[in-house]
Design a protein around this ligand. Structure first.
Ligand code: FES
Length: 150
């Protein structure tokens, strides 16, 4: 039996994208972001074009191509939250942390993102810090909540 031939056939069926996602998620978990050097090393080891890895990494919001803060703050700007004052919450968070959505504080403690719906519209406006959901937010709640994570 020609083992090499069998390997060749099996290799052809390996789900390249599935493998890529798993490795990227592991790197994200380990480093809290996916650096360019990691993508270059993946490309070299897996013989997959850098552009393909970037395409996958930028598609998934669970992966970040820029350094992330220790805590991820997400403010929902979906319709239900928007009509209940989410833009004001976002504004307050931005002023408090002195960053805009999509940015990370200089001390690397917080990264701020906006999202379109967190699936708990009745609680709106909603802000999530890491895994903690804060519903019916008021601008006066923002400072107290963020202080808990500093
Ligand atoms: S719109 Fe904010 S949770 Fe659905």
């Amino acid at each position: 039996m020609d083992v090499e031939k069998i390997d060749e056939i099996i290799d052809g069926y390996v789900d390249e994208e599935g493998v890529l996602i798993q490795i990227l998620l592991d790197i994200q978990r380990e480093l809290n972001w996916v650096p360019k050097e990691a993508i270059m090393e993946m490309s070299r080891r897996l013989q997959i074009p850098i552009s393909q890895i970037y395409r996958v990494a930028s598609f998934y919001t669970a992966m970040s191509l820029t350094p992330m803060g220790r805590h991820l703050v997400q403010v929902c700007l979906g319709t239900a939250c928007h009509v209940r004052g989410a833009p004001k919450i976002l504004n307050k968070v931005e002023n408090t942390l002195k960053i805009k959505a999509g940015e990370t504080t200089e001390d690397m403690i917080f990264t701020l993102r906006t999202v379109n719906c967190l699936g708990c519209c009745a609680m709106g406006p909603v802000m999530v810090v890491d895994e903690d959901y804060h519903g019916k937010m008021k601008t006066s709640d923002v400072n107290g909540i963020l202080e808990r994570y500093e």
